[in-house]
Design a protein around this ligand. Structure first.
Ligand code: SAH
Length: 233
């Protein structure tokens, strides 16, 4: 009898506490659904890429007012005329360069910091350059707060990051009219670059560039639309 009473008392004490406990991440279910419906269903299969996408809290990389849209199948504005890419595009660009723990990867166009965080969650060392100073400051602070291993810098990514080169891969997240030669120079032998190439706001093609014996081989992947790679600032 006493045991029953204690049990009931304990249950009563625990119930409200449980009801008020927030789940650790209120977006975890939505994020898992994003991975299944937007990535797996469209052919993304690299386990490391999928794991990173399932982990990185994308809602933290968008404005507070847009959090409810963070896991939708769309790019979103992040201010200063820039956007955080569509989640599928981030997954596709991550998988295609085959990130593996211990590699060193250069990203051009930090923006919100989301792509950089996804790469870091794959266990690679990330270097990322952003040309708009307030975006660079915001993403640097957020990546640090969330504990991602990303070195950031504000400047023109056209010239790459020579002091940290060579890189296993380069991910360019703004559309260039041509492939910046310094970025090819900074690729390792056998290294890969994924880059949207084309005229700003018109037809652009996502390209995969491989460096072999000093030469490059390029492959067109798909038509895309990215913000332009800015020059001369
Ligand atoms: N990877 C980002 C996508 C941001 S959009 C994300 O995950 O959110 C592309 C970014 O490239 C913009 O923030 C833009 O300011 C930046 N950018 C444009 N031209 C650049 C340049 N020459 N060097 C570095 N960043 C550039």
């Amino acid at each position: 009898m006493l045991r029953l009473r204690i049990t009931i008392l304990l249950a009563l004490l625990l119930l409200p506490a449980r009801a008020h406990t927030e789940p650790a991440d209120p977006y975890a279910t939505e994020r898992q659904r994003m991975v299944e419906t937007q990535m797996v269903a469209r052919g993304i299969e690299d386990p490391l890429t999928l794991k990173a996408l399932a982990e990185v809290p994308r809602h933290r990389f968008v404005d507070e007012g847009r959090r409810s849209a963070a896991y939708l199948d769309t790019p979103l504005p992040i201010g200063h005329g820039q956007t955080i890419s569509q989640p599928y595009m981030v997954a596709f660009m991550t998988e295609i360069i085959r990130p593996r723990p211990g590699q060193r990867i250069l990203e051009i166009g930090t923006g919100s910091g989301y792509q950089a965080a996804v790469l870091a969650a794959c266990g690679v060392e990330v270097y990322s350059i952003e040309i708009v100073p307030p975006l660079a400051e915001r993403s640097t602070a957020l990546l640090r707060e969330l504990g991602y291993r990303v070195e950031t810098r504000s400047g023109d990514g056209f010239f790459g990051w020579p002091e940290a080169a060579p890189f296993d891969a380069v991910v360019v997240t703004a559309a260039a009219e041509f492939i910046p030669p310094p970025l090819i120079d900074q690729l390792k032998e056998g290294g890969l670059m994924v880059i949207p190439v084309g005229t700003p706001f018109q037809m652009q093609t996502l390209m995969l560039v491989e460096k072999r014996e000093g030469k490059t081989r390029s492959r067109n992947l798909m038509p895309v639309r990215f913000v332009p790679l800015r020059r001369g600032e």
